[in-house]
Design a protein around this ligand. Sequence first.
Ligand SMILES: [Zn+2]
Length: 59
Amino acid sequence: MKSDIRVCSAWREAHDSPIYTLADSCPDCGADTENSAPAPFDPNDPHGKYRRALKRRRR
Ligand SMILES: [Zn+2]
C-alpha cells in the first residue's frame, strides 16, 4: 500500500512527535520528508530498520 502522507525525516531530533505533511520538506524545521507508510513507530514494521538507517543519513 502506498501513501502520499510524508513525515519529517528528522522529527526524532527536531520534534516531540512525527510531523506529517504532504510536502517534500518539513513545514516546521525544513528537513527532508520521507514516505510515512507504514508508520515509522510501528513495532511490526518490516521495513523499520531500513527506515531508521535512512534517518541517520540526514545531512
Ligand atoms: Zn521537521
